[in-house]
Design a protein around this ligand. Structure first.
Ligand code: LMR
Length: 402
């Protein structure tokens, strides 16, 4: 059966972790996978998560199955976290939510739902560049992928006109994958004005947003980061949201996320939920409990919730601080990653910076200095610490000035 199977290439992101694990050099710097690290370079269990876990261990009475749609309290609390507590359409029953194995699981369930039931048949529009797994997830469900331009390298920012021009080619009912905040890999988001223009455009063209919302809380704050998504859910009849508790709760390996879908009527949304349950049952039956129970406990307890917001704010501020340290370190060495200087690093949102480093510079960083960044030039700013920022700037200076 497997004699003729060809070897697939390693994953663009996790393959880098494997490569780094085999590197025996001291002082390796991991700027690859989008995982938060603290000042010690560790990915900590958040304190509120630890507390919730110990409370859960004490009171947990059963390991029986969750329903297909997951833990009811998690589903409700996450819907409120992303949509807000006063969402009129949610209250009218026009929205449904299911817990999924991470944000990736939510994207795949959404992809299967759309592939199986969307009428007319949807194409999926994906930004250039995007998270390398986006095209794979949607193509695996049998959907046709189209790309829209997003990042303008010359301007080192968003190419909004080009983005709109490409999306003009979309047909009613096509799915447009948008990053709710902290665009991965560029860190470049739409301005508040551009967000409004985009929502009007989607409404007029009857395009359906598929919002990938994996980094809520990493740009400006939990509420602020949800503003665009909430505008979409107020103004557009149909919206899909893949959200994740991996990053903002640090629950990466617990695989906890959610798919939220808003449809035009309570009847349509109930039918959508019934079809989502078919998709889930055929894929993984029902989701795991632990991560969802932790999130539900933190979000429902006002003390834990406040402490969670404070911890998340610290993480966000540390990343912003590292952006400033990186910029200052490069400036001090006379290194300019863009013709206009390095200031763009401080304008980008979230964990990632599209650094402008070329593929060959990224490879030189890896080979000569054991600095691991993505081939695209994406660096995870959360991988920078006070102790590695200077060696990192030295390494970047060496490869850029070569
Ligand atoms: C990333 O982009 O590095 C993260 O979202 C991790 C992943 O699953 O790829």
């Amino acid at each position: 059966m497997f004699e003729k199977v060809a070897t697939a290439p390693p994953d663009a992101i996790f393959g880098l972790n494997d490569l780094m694990a085999r590197d025996r050099r001291e002082g390796k710097i991991n700027l690859g996978a989008g995982v938060y690290k603290d000042e010690q370079g560790k990915t900590p269990v958040m304190q509120v998560v630890q507390e919730a876990e110990s409370r859960l261990l004490e009171k947990q009475a059963s390991k029986s199955y969750l329903p297909i749609e997951g833990l009811a309290s998690y589903d409700r609390l996450v819907a409120e976290l992303i949509l807000g507590t006063q969402h009129s359409r949610w209250q009218r029953g026009e929205g449904v939510v299911v817990q999924t194995p991470g944000g990736t699981g939510a994207l795949r369930v959404a992809a299967d739902l759309v592939a199986g039931h969307a009428e007319p048949r949807s194409k999926v529009w994906i930004s250039t560049p995007t998270w390398p797994n986006h095209p794979k997830v949607f193509a695996s469900a049998g959907l046709e992928i189209r790309n829209y331009r997003y990042f303008d390298a010359a301007r080192n920012g968003l190419g909004f006109d080009a983005m709109m021009e490409d999306l003009e080619q979309g047909s009613a009912g096509d799915l447009v994958v948008l990053h709710g905040c902290c665009h991965n890999p560029t860190g470049v988001d739409l301005s508040a004005e551009q967000q409004v223009v985009m929502v009007d455009f989607l409404a007029q063209r009857r395009l359906v947003p598929m919002v990938d919302f994996a980094y809520q809380g990493f740009a400006f704050g939990v509420e602020e980061d949800a503003a665009w998504l909430r505008l979409m859910t107020e103004r557009l009849p149909e919206v899909l949201v893949a959200s994740s508790s991996s990053k903002n709760f640090g629950l990466y390996n617990e695989r906890v996320g959610a798919l939220t879908v808003l449809a035009e009527s309570p009847k349509a949304s109930a039918a959508v939920l019934s079809q989502i349950k078919q998709v889930v049952r055929a894929n993984y039956s029902n989701p795991p409990n632990h991560g969802a129970a932790v999130v539900a406990m933190v979000l429902s307890d006002s003390d834990l919730r406040q402490r969670w917001l404070a911890e998340l704010a610290q993480m966000r501020q540390r990343i912003q601080d590292m952006r400033r340290r990186l910029t200052a370190g490069l400036d001090a060495r006379g290194v300019r990653l863009h013709a206009d200087g390095n200031g763009f690093i401080n304008q980008q949102n979230g964990m990632f910076s599209y650094s402008g480093l070329t593929r060959s510079q990224v490879h030189a960083l890896r080979q000569r200095f054991a600095v691991y960044a993505m081939d695209s030039g994406r660096i995870n700013v959360a991988g920078i610490t006070s102790s590695n920022v200077e060696p990192l700037c030295d390494a970047v200076a060496a490869v850029v000035q070569d």
